[in-house]
Ligand binder design. Structure first.
Ligand code: ZN
Length: 350
């Protein structure tokens, strides 16, 4: 143990300074701190000797010891801060270098389901033409789903083979069912509003169908309805021509073909020239050169009558399209079941 006196204090300081000058790491500065200020360190042991000294000497050496203790410990702390900063800067430089040389990290991003994508496009086209978007319930009454739409009692569509009836208490003596099309929204809108009416109604529909590449028991439709004074067949054709060119491209050729639906008169089906063979005939279009896209027509006077509109005063047109059908044609998908398979290999392509 070093004897506590004036000379020792000076000597210790000198030794400390020469050791301090060699310090270059955080480990070394900690070693130095322990050597001088640790529990059994040099400075500590000198302080312990103070109590054994006569008062006068104790006071004098005590002050000296205090001064040197403060000076050396603040040097240690300062050095430690400086070394910490250096280490931090070196780490930053290392990290920067690391990021620069690494290849980019690719993140797995979600995307919209192809059906939602196509539906959004369809809605966008009609909303840009001033249509309002309406929604109706999926559980519907037989009256709205069939009767008010002029579908006769004996029509095969009402058959149990096609319609999923529900065992629910009947409303207004009506059997309840899962709607087989979005057309009952026409009735709801006509009853709740006054012309001019200009709406589309997207939604799920249900059929009692066996599932195969072109049939599902649950799929999506978009209904369209325009009712006002002086609505003509040419308005219908102009609107749907614009729609088809917007969805399938401006070069797409549409064909209007006579058809039959109970709730429209006259009724038409719209085909487009086959996307695959451009009309010359292939497997996709079954050699017809055309692909069916949607059904439409002028609202049947009986339907307007059923909701209390005078059909001498008002006319209108309606159309209904399958969202799956449009998506299949647009993207060249041949199996409808893929939309509901949750297969990421399929879904990532859109
Ligand atoms: Zn074809």
């Amino acid at each position: 143990m070093k004897q506590l006196d004036n000379i020792t204090i000076t000597k210790i300081k000198k030794e400390f300074l020469s050791e301090f000058a060699k310090v270059s790491t955080l480990e070394q500065i900690e070693e130095l701190r322990l050597k001088y200020f640790g529990r059994k360190g040099i400075i500590k042991s000198l302080f312990k000797q103070l109590s054994d000294l006569p008062l006068e000497k104790r006071k004098f050496l005590g002050e000296q010891l205090n001064t040197i203790s403060k000076e050396l410990s603040s040097m240690i702390e300062e050095k430690r801060t400086q070394l910490n900063l250096q280490v931090q800067q070196q780490t930053d430089i290392k990290l920067t270098k690391l990021y620069r040389s690494l290849p980019g990290v690719s993140f797995l991003c979600g995307n919209l389901h192809p059906l939602q994508k196509v539906l959004n496009e369809i809605i966008y086209v009609f909303v840009s033409l001033g249509y309002k978007v309406e929604y109706g319930p999926e559980i519907e009454s037989e009256d709205y789903n069939f009767t008010k739409l002029n579908i006769p009692e004996d029509h095969p569509a009402r058959d149990m083979q096609d319609t999923l009836y529900l065992e629910l208490p009947s409303e207004r003596n009506n059997k309840m069912l899962l709607r087989t099309h979005t057309s009952p929204v026409q009735i709801r809108v006509l009853l709740a509003n006054k012309p001019p009416i200009k709406i589309i109604a997207p939604g799920r529909v249900y059929r009692h169908d066996n599932v195969d590449a072109s049939h599902l028991f649950n799929f999506h439709q978009v209904e369209g309805l325009v009712v006002d004074k002086g609505i003509k067949l040419s308005d219908l054709k102009g609107t749907l021509n614009y729609f088809i060119k917007s969805i399938f491209g401006s070069e797409t050729v549409a064909r209007f073909r006579q058809s039959y639906f109970p709730f429209t008169e006259p009724s038409l089906e719209v085909d487009i020239k086959c996307i695959s063979c451009k009309g010359s005939g292939c497997a996709l279009c079954k050699n017809s050169g055309y692909l069916e896209v949607l059904g439409c027509g002028m609202v049947h006077p009986e339907v307007l009558n059923n909701v209390g509109y005078g059909y001498e005063e008002y006319t209108g047109f309606a159309f209904g399209l399958g969202v799956e059908r449009i998506a299949m044609l647009k993207y060249g998908i041949t199996d409808m079941r893929l939309f509901f398979s949750n297969d990421l290999r399929f879904l990532k392509q859109f």
